[in-house]
Design a protein around this ligand. Structure first.
Ligand SMILES: N[C@@H](CCC(=O)N[C@@H](CS)C(=O)NCC(=O)O)C(=O)O
Length: 291
């Protein structure tokens, strides 16, 4: 491959070769479905089509937290969408999310199903539907939304920028890695300074802002993402570490992290979730495996 610094872009970009890198098989410059495929539908009011990536985990944590609070209307079926196999381009999935990305939610509790896509929109939708994990009004609500939208705007630099060029790109480009490592560390510092003064992201209470930020910035701080803990000196972000450890203690967070997960220890993976008892089977597996 030519040295990236020698590349001169043509006048008009054309799709004449695979993009290279980890997602070369599924990357396309056009939207819409590639094949006909209906989505499965289970018995619960909420149907989630997702994968246990940081964006997917935000929503499963929220659903498990709602159930832990006693909101039985938050019962859900979680179906696995294997993005590496192109499931996000099936016609049924595209009808729920025209952007072909997980997570996507279908609320079938009313007369007409309601589709919800974009993880931030799903968190807000669920918070408003159940009146939970988002203060009703005032400064606290605005602060929760500030940080929810901060996450939605910032994480693409962490994932699509830093993670892509550090871990997935076919060549290591110093300029790109430096640029996005700088931005990722800046973002971690933003969060670290804020969490020095606040127990949770939006102040004293746990909200959807924590659920949105934890899988990304908690994940990078705990070394789960991109094998980059040492490179980013994540141990230095002491307040982010304190906050991530506190969230990790929550049983709903532990359950949410297992749903639609297809990597890591087999006992930590619950590919599909259709009932609360699905977790118990996993706990039994763990005990049998001596874990
Ligand atoms: N802004 C979107 C991003 C979702 C997203 O990037 N999902 C990734 C997995 S984490 C995906 O489905 N990728 C499949 C693809 O790009 O084809 C959200 O927060 O919901």
């Amino acid at each position: 491959m030519a040295d990236s610094t020698e590349f001169t872009p043509p006048k008009v970009w054309t799709w004449n070769k695979p993009s290279g890198g980890r997602f070369a098989n599924t990357n396309r410059p056009i939207a819409g479905p590639t094949h006909d495929k209906d989505l499965p539908v289970g018995r619960h009011p909420l149907q989630l089509y997702s994968l246990g990536t940081p964006n997917g985990v935000k929503v499963t944590i929220m659903l498990e937290e709602l159930l832990a609070l006693g909101h039985s209307g938050a019962e859900y079926d979680a179906w696995l969408i294997r993005i590496g196999d192109g499931d996000q381009f099936g016609s049924g999935f595209v009808a729920v999310n025209p952007n072909s990305k997980i997570p996507a939610l279908l609320d079938r509790s009313g007369a007409k199903p309601i589709r919800v896509f974009e993880s931030g929109s799903i968190l807000l939708y669920l918070a408003e539907k159940f009146g939970a994990f988002l203060p009703n009004d005032g400064v606290a609500r605005t602060e929760a939304l500030n940080w929810l939208f901060w996450q939605m705007g910032s994480a693409p630099y962490l994932g699509g920028g830093f993670g892509h060029f550090y871990a997935y790109a076919p060549t290591k480009i110093e300029y790109a890695i430096d640029r996005f490592a700088m931005e990722t560390k800046r973002q971690l510092d933003v969060l670290d300074r804020h969490l020095a003064e606040n127990a949770y992201v939006a102040g004293d209470t746990y909200t959807i802002a924590d659920m949105a930020i934890f899988p990304w910035y908690g994940g990078v701080a705990k070394g789960w993402l991109y094998d980059a803990a040492a490179f980013l000196s994540v141990q230095d972000y002491k307040n982010v570490q304190r906050w991530a450890d506190m969230l990790l203690e929550r049983p709903a967070v532990q359950r949410g992290r297992m749903v639609n997960r297809i990597f890591g220890e087999p006992s930590s993976q619950l590919h599909e979730r259709h009932d609360a008892s699905d977790f118990e089977t996993k706990t039994q597996d763990k005990i049998m495996a001596g874990g």
